[in-house]
Design a protein around this ligand. Structure first.
Ligand SMILES: *Cc1c(COP(=O)(O)O)cnc(C)c1O
Length: 378
């Protein structure tokens, strides 16, 4: 991120860095060029449609979680539009078919209800499977293979009589994981569902692949994709969200006040609850520019939001000098699962959105105001 230019935009604002974004996109493009797989943007992680024309140069299309994302992707991104939903609404399905190219169902019941309609409209039809293979610890809310999961059809529930309706299979079981976890998952998928794979046109490996992380084994991923294509004659899709915008965005905020209660506590103009809910939901401690762990640098301080929620705490950090009102605090890796999750609880303003181009120039892309708060209410 280019430095300086403080006060040219009013905080808080999201800052998306084109240079960092392009770095990720080039890695993803290399993977698809080398292996012949198709990579889709999972819009649920990042729906900044201002960036879609750029992303489209590198990616094959988008995937959606329902009607609205499908419409956004179809109208603003182009390429292929895929959609998966645990259950579709009857009154929306017709419209959905105007936008989606590939429709993925979650259960045999949904296939029975909708697949013929989708086929008649010329769509490719898939079923999400659940290989019942958990490869992650710690983040149970992100594990679609956890016991009693509603996501995906288990082998026990697979209905072979529906095979003639299916063009593809889809699984999504990973979260911020490496190629090693995919390898374990693929083994389970092939053991359970391998017998159906040669009858399919495509296999979608979902998201959660941290492909653009420095230590990701791109070589291993490429080998797996190639092997799947050769063994089963399928087209292979990946639909990462996080990996597309990993480390490509910031949330720039300012200190409003510093209070003391057993420790220094800086009240920022940005809120964990409203602007980065994953900090509380996941939970995790986001990286902050020029900071250390508590005690690591001279001045330890808790960063907290301006809402009434006692738990609106971002985390404990240390800085070289004490924070004071007016100081800028830059939260890092804030492009993913932030803009798509903001809310106006407590009447909090939504952060504006700023774009930093390759040339280092910054531009206000979106300004939010009182009306955005009011329009969600009645
Ligand atoms: C969330 C999700 C993705 C994207 O996951 P990331 O962890 O952001 O890569 C892809 N596909 C499906 C079905 C999802 O639910």
């Amino acid at each position: 991120m280019a430095g300086g230019e403080k006060n040219s935009f009013s905080t808080p604002y999201f800052l998306v860095d084109e240079k960092k974004l392009v770095k990720n996109l080039e890695i993803l493009k290399q993977v698809s060029d080398r292996t012949g797989c198709k990579i889709l943007l999972a819009q649920k992680a990042f729906s900044m449609f201002y960036a879609y024309p750029l992303l489209r140069k590198y990616l094959a299309g988008t995937t959606a979680s329902g009607l609205y994302e499908a419409k956004l992707g179809h109208e603003n991104f182009g390429g292929e539009t895929h959609v998966f939903s645990p259950a579709y609404r009857e009154e929306e399905f017709e419209e959905l078919l105007q936008y989606a190219d590939d429709v993925v169902f979650n259960s045999p019941g949904q296939v029975r209800k909708y697949a013929k309609k989708a086929k008649l409209a010329g769509k490719s039809v898939g079923l999400r499977i659940n290989p019942e293979c958990s490869t992650q610890e710690g983040h149970a809310i992100y594990d679609p293979c956890a016991p009693f999961s509603r996501l995906g059809t288990t082998l026990e529930n697979f209905d072979e009589s529906l095979l003639p309706l299916l063009d593809g299979l889809h699984f999504h079981t990973l979260c911020e994981q490496g190629a090693d976890a995919l390898e374990i998952t693929l083994k389970a998928v092939e053991e359970k569902f391998g017998k159906y794979l040669s009858r399919m046109k495509w296999l979608n490996l979902g998201g959660g692949h941290h492909i653009t992380r420095e230590d990701y084994d791109v070589e291993a991923l490429a080998e797996m994709v190639k092997r799947l294509k050769e063994t089963y004659g399928v087209e292979v899709y990946l639909e990462p969200g996080e990996a597309v915008v990993l480390q490509a965005g910031f949330l720039v905020s300012e200190v409003l006040e510093v209070v003391h209660n057993g420790m220094d506590i800086a009240i920022l103009d940005t809120s964990a609850a409203c602007h980065m809910p994953d900090v509380l939901e996941m939970p995790y401690r986001p990286p902050v520019k020029d900071s250390g762990l508590p005690g690591e640098k001279a001045c330890t301080v808790r960063l907290a939001g301006p809402t009434c929620l006692a738990g609106d705490v971002i985390g404990d950090y240390s800085f070289d000098t004490p924070l004071k009102p007016g100081d800028q605090v830059v939260l890092e890796d804030m492009a993913l699962y932030t803009m798509v999750k903001t809310n106006t609880f407590n009447g909090m303003p939504l952060p504006d959105i700023v774009w930093e181009g390759i040339d280092g120039k910054r531009k206000l892309v979106k300004k939010f105001g009182y009306e955005d708060f009011k329009n969600r209410l009645s």
